[in-house]
Write a protein that binds this ligand. Structure first.
Ligand code: NAD
Length: 475
């Protein structure tokens, strides 16, 4: 069994999680400890005990450990990518890309540890100086989803450690392998006992135990339902909280768009990584004059996508990550047809030589904004095309959602690109690019119900992982 890491010691638990390969259900990736509330309490206590010394380490000490971890992740990207592809189902190039990003994130925050700064200014009172400095928040709980098994743990853990916090990570039940590998790397990179703790297992059991054990801050990525309930629980306990949740991201195709480029953006944004990205383009909003040509061409390209085993070189789309997610996707496909949307291509379960959760990417047309297909996050390879009368109509449709994570526009007009950048109600805007696929050195996050609290990643990560102190210094 792969154990939990608590206070620098690998500890087994009474029960285990079986990590299955969604490309091949006969391939068991491994057995992973399933922690108890007591394990979580001990992990939080260990992080609490380790905090005073860790928060007083020099930036150089923290930077060196993060840099060592980043180097190992990058050096082992092939092996770690294979593990990730086996447990989550994204294709090997996608998985290696994700691992690479995780390594780069650790390198970036190795630099950020050295760049933590404050401000010194004169007071409005004579002879008094004001010093504004940043301090770590304390013990940070991290709860992560299954769709980016190493990148999301990395983009929360690296800034937390860089700025002097101690950490308890609770990864998604479906993908403990990549988080375990990250814990192993951090442990060997030289972190003192208790600074980073890993407790794998059920969110329903470990989430409440984590909050009750007395963390200072919680960074969560996952579904809206879980995020909103955690935010309430944090509010009553005075825990600082940051939430990254779902999306129903629009890609607007203006009538002056380059058809092939727009189709490429839609194909990539909607179906790559099996549509299991919070930034996936699930609503394709297409202006009248280009609509029919776009749907015809996108249907041809979708039909040509090769769905298969995540490790097979010819695969472009891996399996759906779990049986429950596949059942959810299939029910949305049936629901879309029942609502009157036109299924142009795909949607059905596929058989391959190995037993896995394969699904043909689904393309719907003739959708209306009130359909569930256009309102609810599906989190699978299902895209809905909406017809717009004009660019202005398309923008209104794009903003007609409670979500606000990413929004894209395909156009040849700079004026429209500028207008869209200003008026799209989303945290991230992409022009002539897929809505999914972001950089690690700039802020990531959304508006409306997609996100809550400060942005993640890049220099902006410091807002969540530190607290500001204002000191008045008289003479
Ligand atoms: P989920 O909410 O079911 O689970 C996320 C994590 O929360 C898991 O670790 C789970 O064990 C834990 N959890 C579940 N119940 C809990 C509870 N009661 N208390 C504490 N923790 C609990 O989400 P998921 O199915 O793993 O992930 C898919 C969702 O994540 C999608 O909605 C997707 O949009 C979202 N997501 C968002 C982003 C983003 O940055 N915006 C990125 C990736 C995924």
């Amino acid at each position: 069994m792969h154990s939990n890491l608590i206070d620098g010691i690998w500890r087994n638990s009474q029960t285990a999680l079986r990590n299955d390969n969604p490309s091949d259900l006969d391939d068991v990736v491994g057995e992973y400890a399933s922690g108890s509330p007591d394990d979580m309490r001990e992990a939080v206590a260990a992080a609490r005990a380790a905090f005073p010394a860790w928060s007083r380490t020099t930036p150089q000490q923290r930077s060196d450990i993060l840099d060592t971890a980043g180097s190992e992740i990058l050096a082992r990207r092939q092996v770690l990518g294979t593990l990730l592809a086996r447990e989550e189902g994204k294709t090997l190039p996608e998985a290696i890309g994700e691992v690479t990003r995780a390594g780069q994130i650790f390198k970036f925050f190795a630099g950020e540890a050295l760049r933590m700064q404050g401000e010194l200014m004169d007071s409005v009172r004579p002879g008094v100086e004001v010093l504004v400095s940043r301090e770590p928040v304390g013990v940070v709980g991290l709860i992560t989803p299954w769709n980016f098994p190493i990148a999301i743990p990395a983009w929360k853990t690296a800034p937390a450690l860089a700025f002097g916090n101690t950490v308890v990570l609770k990864p998604a039940e479906l993908v403990p392998g990549s988080a375990w590998a990250l814990a192993d790397i951090l442990q060997r990179a030289g972190l003192p006992a208790g600074v980073f703790n890993l407790v794998m297992g059920s969110g329903h059991v470990l989430g409440p135990a984590m909050l009750d054990a007395g963390i200072d801050a919680l960074s969560f990525t996952g579904s809206q339902r879980t995020g909103q309930s955690l935010a309430k629980a944090c509010a009553v306990r005075g825990i600082k909280v940051q939430l990254e949740m779902g999306g129903k991201n629009p890609l607007v195709v203006a009538d002056d768009a380059d058809l092939e480029q727009a189709v490429e953006c839609a194909l990539n944004g909607a179906f790559y990584a099996t549509g299991q990205r919070c930034t996936a383009s699930s609503r394709l909003i297409v202006c009248n004059s280009i609509h029919d040509a776009f749907v015809t061409r996108l249907a041809e390209r979708t039909a040509a996508l090769r769905v298969g085993h995540a490790l097979a070189v010819e695969s472009q789309i891996g399996p759906v990550a779990s049986e429950a997610q596949l059942a959810n996707n299939l029910s949305h496909v049936a629901g879309g047809q029942a609502e009157g949307a036109r299924l142009v291509y795909g949607g059905e379960r596929l058989k391959r030589t190995t037993r896995g959760y394969y699904q043909a990417p689904a393309l719907f047309a003739d959708c209306t904004p009130d359909m569930r297909l256009c309102r609810e996050e599906i989190f699978g390879p299902v895209a809905a095309v909406l017809r717009a009368e004009s660019y202005e109509h398309a923008l209104a449709l794009a903003n007609d959602t409670p979500y606000g994570l990413a929004a894209g526009l395909c156009t040849r007009s700079l004026a429209r690109a500028t207008h869209f950048r200003r008026h799209a109600e989303a945290g991230m805007v992409m022009v002539n690019l897929p809505t999914a696929g972001v950089d690690y050195h700039v802020p990531f996050g959304g508006r409306k119900t997609s996100s809550h609290g400060p942005r993640e990643q890049g220099r902006y990560a410091i807002e969540f992982y530190t607290t500001v102190k204002t000191a008045y210094l008289g003479s």
